[in-house]
Structure formats: C-alpha cells, structure tokens
Design a protein around this ligand. Structure first.
Ligand code: GLN
Length: 303
C-alpha cells in the first residue's frame, strides 16, 4: 500500500474542502489556535511513518486522553471498573448532565466527561502521585519521554470549567466520586491538557493496534482487554456522532475538542489527524473527512 501517495491525495482534496466549523471556545487558551492547521500521520505495524501537513506540531489532545486514562485504570482494577461506569453509547453531548440524573450517577461510558471524571477518581485512589504517574505511563506507552501537560491550558480550563465542576459534584452526590472534587477536577483538566503531535499520538496508540503490546514490546493490556477498549472507541469514541464516524470511517477511534482524532486498524496501522475546526458535535470536521477518504481509498476498515 502506497500510504504516502494516498496521504498526499487526501491532503490535496482536503485543501479544496469548504472551511466548515469553528475552533472550540470553551477553553479560552485553545480558542486562539489557527483554525486552518491540518496534519495527518500514519504509522504501520512494522514501524513505518508517513506524515503530511502539520503532523509534527503539538496540539492539545483533550478527550483523546480519556482512552489512555481508561487504559491505565483498566489495567489496574480490571473488570470491576464497569461497576462505576457503563459501556453504552450515550447518544448525548459529551458534557451532558441530564443522563446522569436518570442513570443515578453511573455515567453511560468512560469517554463522556462524567465517565472520564469517574476514571480520574479511580486513578487518584490507585496511584501514589496521580498526575506524575499518569504522564509517566503515557511516556512509557508512547516511547517518548518528552510528552507533557500544558499547565496554561489546564488552568484556562479550570477557570472556565463550571460544567465539569457541576458533573463532578453531581457524581459525588450519588457516591460515585470517592476523592476530593477539586483533586478530581485538577487531574481531569491536566490530563486533557496533554500535548502531542499527530506523529506522537499515532505512536502512543500503537498498542491498540498491536494486541496490547507497545513498540518497545511492553504488554500494556492483554488481547481481550485491548479488544474491549477498541470496541468502546468504536461505539463511544465520538459521543453522539459515534454512529456517523463508524458509518463513514469504519475504524475504532477517539476525538478531542483540540481538533485531534486518532483511529486504528488492528494489526495494520494507527492514524492521527489534527484540524481544529469542529462540527456541532465537537468533532474535527476535516479530520473526519480525511479519515473517511483514507478508508475509502485503501479499503482498509474493520467492516
Ligand atoms: N477538556 C474538555 C472538556 O472537558 C474535553 C472535551 C472534549 O475534548 N470533547 O470539556
């Protein structure tokens, strides 16, 4: 497969697309990003790298981090985690409060904000130095010791994070947050502020396509566990647009409001894209277009 030519074709086609969507304004620090940044990186299982556009520029991975926090929590507590968070698509926006009331404080899945706050709570209970241990875990799975939080982005979100604070308080009222709310929110805002390039993101997610094993050979999750998390990305990775992403792209993946998307074809490749213009569901408009083109042109999708 000539991935470089395919990426070049996709890049050209993408440049001709109408500029739809706006950069997220919910985090002031992120609203200043150039909306027309665009990059894609594809990493094959035998370690070949293919890049196009702004694929080597750092961006805020935001909700993409929820897959990595879930990975660490799942690797520590195993199936018991599902007593506190579900595995069903939400069909609601990522920051919705209403469903939580109906479902008595058990979030539908770990990728909506409420679910990710519960996972943050689990990690705070399980880790000695939660933020430090989490970032070291990410550095290890991605084989990259330079990956870090962006404290300005974390603080910017903290200052504007009223809705997440409401969700955390609501969860606590149902007994589904065990630790101090401010500590949970602090961890959550920091995890969302992690920065990576498309290339780094593709490498960080390599183990999801490699039966749970990183490029350095560390078994992060067993094959059954990684199958389950890929299934969750497939059904819940794009909030109330998970069906649309599955229909158009046909790969498990995860988006973030920084405009990043990571998706993978097990045993074949990991691909990451970045374009900050978001559609009304909070997913990258051009990123979805680009990945749709990728699986259409290559015929490589899990379906
Ligand atoms: N930090 C963002 C928030 O909590 C993450 C949301 C996202 O990327 N979809 O609102």
């Amino acid at each position: 497969m000539d991935y470089l030519t395919i990426l070049e074709d996709i890049y050209k086609e993408s440049q001709g697309q109408p500029k739809i969507g706006l950069v997220s304004t919910s985090i002031p620090e992120l609203s200043i990003i150039n909306p027309d940044k665009f990059g894609i990186h594809l990493l094959t299982m035998n370690g070949q790298d293919f890049s196009i556009g702004d694929a080597s520029e750092k961006f805020s991975i935001q909700s993409v981090s929820k897959v990595l926090s879930l990975t660490l929590a799942f690797s520590i507590v195993g199936e018991k985690i599902w007593e506190r968070v579900g595995v069903e698509p939400s069909g609601n926006p990522f920051n919705s409060l209403v469903q939580l009331e109906y479902e008595k404080g058990i979030p539908r899945n770990p990728f909506i904000n409420a679910g990710a706050l519960v996972i943050a709570d689990v990690l705070i209970s399980e880790l000695k130095n939660p933020k430090q241990d989490f970032i070291e875990f990410i550095r290890e799975v991605s084989g990259n010791p330079t990956i870090d939080f962006n404290p300005e982005v974390a603080n910017s979100e903290k200052n504007a994070g009223f809705r997440n604070a409401a969700l955390a308080n609501f969860l606590k009222s149902f007994g589904n947050i065990k630790n101090d709310i401010n500590e949970v929110l602090d961890f959550y805002f920091y995890q969302c502020s992690i920065e990576m390039t498309c290339k780094e993101l593709a490498h960080a997610f390599y183990f999801f396509a490699n039966e749970g094993k990183t490029e350095a050979g560390k078994q992060v999750l067993n094959t059954s566990q990684v199958k389950r998390l890929n299934a969750l990305m497939q059904t819940c990775g794009f909030y109330d647009e998970s069906g649309e992403f599955t229909y158009r792209v046909g790969l498990p993946g995860k988006s973030g409001i920084g405009g990043g998307i990571v998706a993978l074809y097990p045993k074949n490749f990991v691909v990451a894209s970045w374009s900050p213009r978001l559609n009304e569901k909070g997913n990258s408009e051009l990123g979805m277009f680009a990945l749709e083109q990728l699986t259409t042109k290559t015929g490589m999708s899990i379906f």
